[in-house]
Design a protein around this ligand. Structure first.
Ligand code: NDP
Length: 488
C-alpha cells in the first residue's frame, strides 16, 4: 500500500480518452501524479479512441484539456515530462486485429499493461476480448472498470462474467471514486486508530447514523442517461453504500484489500431487505420541481433539456437502513441523496446516545447528545459536538453546545488534498486493490438495491415533488420525525 515514486512501470491504456471523464478527471490526475513525481519515468499513457490522430495531435488535445481543467497554472516542466509519456492509438474496438496496434506500443517485457475503461460498460466485454487477443490480458496485466457496473444484479453479472472470461478477480479494479477521497479514507483512520471511537462504535453508544450526499447540480445535459438510472442506481448502489460499509464494518485484521473487502461484504450481507412490505416505512423517493439553487432559478427535472414528459425517475432518495448484526442492532442508518438540493454537501453524522442521567437541569431539561460530524466535502474535516461549561461565576453551572473542529484545510495547510482519481490511478498502477470494489460487493449491493427498485415498481407511486434548492420532499423529514429524530 505504499505510494512511492519507485512504482512499477506501466502502460496506462486509456480507452475513451476523448470522453468527458478522461478529459476532466483522468488526464489532470495523471498530470498531478507526474508533478508529484509518482509516475515512473518509463511509464506510458496510451490514449485510445476511434478518431484518426497522430500522437502529437493527441498531446495538443491533452494540453488544451489540462489548461481548461487544471485548477492551477500549468507547470511547463511537468508538462514536458508528461508529454513524453503520451502515445495515441486509433482503434476500432470491435475489430480484434486492431488491438495489435496496442501491442506495437505497449511493452509487456518492461511495463505492466493497465487498461482503464472510460467507456460505456456495454463495451467492456469486447475490449477485454481484444486485449486478450493482443496478449495484453495475462497477469500481471490489470483492468480498471468505471461505474456503472450494470443496471441491476443480472446486468452486472453479465458484465462481470464478460470481464472474468479474460481477467482474474485479482487483475480487476472496479472504481468507486468515493473510495479515493481523502476524507472517506480517513474514516478508517478515525475508526481504527483512535481508541475513543473504536470503543464507542456500536449500539451501546450510538443512537443512529446519518449519511447525506447532496448536489446542487441537476442532470447536467445528461438527461437520457440519468433518466435510465435515477438517484438510487447512480448514487446509492455505489457511493452511499460504500461509505456505509466503511462506517459499519468490523475492524479488518489488516489494512489489505481482502481483509477490508471481506468486512465490507459482511455489512452488505447484513442489510435488512426492503421490499413491498416495508417500502413506505423505509424509503422516500422524490423528483425536483423548479425552484432556486444558490440564488439562481433552476428548472424542474421534467423541464430540463432533453426531458421526456411524465418521467417517474427519482432524483432524490431517503432511506432508513437497518443492519441486522450484533454491533448495529437497533441503530438505524438514515441515508439521503439528491440533485438540485439546498447545498453541495457530503457528510456523515454519528449521533451518540444521550447521557442516561442529567444533573444539568439549569441549562437543559434533556441533555443534547454528542455528535461526530465527518465532512466529506466541501470544507473537509471532522467535528465533534460536545457540551461545555460556559465560563463565568454564578449559582448554576451553565452549559453550551460547542465544537471541536478539525478542518483539513487549516490543520494540513501545506498538504494539497489530492483528487480521488489521482489516488485511484496511482493505486491501480501500483497494483493495490484495497480501494477498489470486489465483484461480490458490487453484486450484493445490487441485490439489495434491486429489492427496493422492485418494490417501488410494484407500488407504482410517483416520486414526491420537491422544490429545487430544498432538502427534498417533506416526507424525508417525516422519515426521521416518526422516530423522534431530525436531519442534522
Ligand atoms: P463520454 O461519452 O464522454 O465518453 C465515452 C468514450 O467512450 C468516448 O470517448 C468514446 O470514444 C467511447 N465510446 C463510446 N461509444 C463507443 C463505441 N461504440 N465504440 C468505441 N468507443 C466508444 O463518457 P464519459 O467520459 O462521461 O464516461 C465514460 C464512462 O465513465 C461511462 O461508463 C460513465 O458512466 C463513466 N463515468 C463517467 C463520469 C464522468 O464524470 N463523466 C463519472 C463516473 C463514471 P470516441 O472518442 O472514440 O468516440
Amino acid at each position: 500500500m505504499t505510494t512511492t515514486a519507485q512504482n512499477s512501470a506501466c502502460d496506462l491504456i486509456l480507452f475513451g480518452t476523448k470522453g468527458d471523464l478522461a478529459r476532466r478527471k483522468l488526464l489532470p490526475a495523471m498530470y498531478q501524479l507526474e508533478k508529484a513525481d509518482l509516475l515512473c519515468a518509463e511509464s506510458r499513457i496510451i490514449g485510445v479512441a476511434r478518431d484518426d490522430m497522430s500522437s502529437e495531435a493527441y498531446a495538443e488535445l491533452v494540453l488544451t484539456n489540462l489548461n481548461k481543467f487544471l485548477k492551477e497554472p500549468l507547470d511547463t516542466a511537468v508538462w514536458q515530462r508528461l508529454q513524453q509519456k503520451l502515445v495515441y492509438v486509433q482503434l476500432d474496438l470491435a475489430n480484434e486485429q486492431d488491438y495489435n496496434k496496442l501491442t506495437a506500443v505497449a511493452d509487456i517485457t518492461k511495463r505492466v499493461p493497465v487498461s482503464y475503461f472510460a467507456t460505456p460498460p456495454s463495451l467492456f466485454g469486447v475490449i477485454c476480448k481484444g486485449l486478450a487477443a493482443a496478449g495484453l490480458a495475462a497477469e500481471p496485466a490489470r483492468v480498471v472498470l468505471e461505474k456503472p457496473i450494470g443496471h441491476d444484479l443480472a446486468s452486472s453479472q453479465v458484465i462481470n462474467d464478460q470481464v472474468a472470461e479474460f481477467f482474474k478477480e485479482s487483475q480487476i479494479y472496479r472504481i468507486d471514486h468515493y473510495l479515493g477521497k481523502e476524507t472517506v479514507l480517513n474514516l478508517l483512520a478515525l475508526r481504527f486508530a483512535n481508541a475513543i471511537f473504536a470503543g464507542n462504535w456500536d449500539h451501546n453508544s450510538i443512537d443512529h447514523v446519518q449519511i447525506t450526499v447532496a448536489e446542487e447540480v441537476g442532470v447536467e445535459g445528461r438527461w437520457s442517461y440519468y433518466d435510465d438510472a435515477g438517484q438510487m442506481r447512480d448514487m446509492v448502489q455505489n457511493h452511499l453504500l460504500q461509505v456505509l460499509t466503511l462506517i459499519a464494518m468490523e475492524p479488518p485484521a489488516r489494512l489489505d484489500a481482502d481483509s477490508i473487502r471481506d468486512e465490507k461484504l459482511k455489512v452488505l450481507k447484513a442489510l435488512r431487505r426492503i421490499d413491498i412490505s416495508n417500502i413506505q416505512e423505509k424509503t422516500v423517493r422524490g423528483q425536483y420541481a423548479n425552484g432556486f439553487v444558490a440564488g439562481k432559478a433552476a428548472p424542474g427535472y421534467l423541464e430540463e433539456e432533453g426531458a421526456r414528459p411524465n418521467s417517474k425517475t427519482e432524483t432524490f432518495v431517503a432511506l432508513k437502513v437497518d443492519i441486522d448484526n450484533w454491533r448495529w442492532a437497533g441503530v438505524p442508518f438514515y441515508l439521503r441523496t439528491g440533485k438540485r438540493m439546498a447545498a453541495k454537501l457530503s457528510e456523515v453524522v454519528i449521533c451518540f446516545k444521550p447521557q442516561p442521567h442529567n444533573i444539568f437541569h439549569a441549562t437543559y431539561s434533556q441533555l443534547p447528545a454528542n455528535k461526530l460530524i465527518i465532512r466529506l466535502q466541501p470544507d473537509e474535516g471532522v467535528e465533534i459536538q460536545v457540551l461545555n461549561k460556559i465560563p463565568g461565576l454564578g449559582e448554576h453551572m451553565r452549559l453550551q453546545e460547542s465544537k471541536l473542529d478539525l478542518s483539513f484545510d487549516e490543520t494540513f495547510k501545506s498538504q494539497r488534498i489530492a483528487d480521488a482519481y489521482e489516488r485511484l490511478l496511482l493505486e491501480a498502477m501500483l497494483g493495490n486493490q484495497y480501494l477498489f470494489v470486489r465483484r461480490d460487493e458490487v453484486e450484493h449491493a445490487w441485490k439489495w438495491v434491486d429489492g427496493i427498485l422492485e418494490a417501488w415498481k410494484t407500488s407504482n407511486e410517483p416520486p414526491k415533488s420537491y422544490q429545487a434548492g430544498s432538502w427534498g420532499p417533506v416526507s424525508a423529514i417525516s422519515l426521521l420525525a416518526r422516530d423522534d429524530r431530525n436531519w442534522e
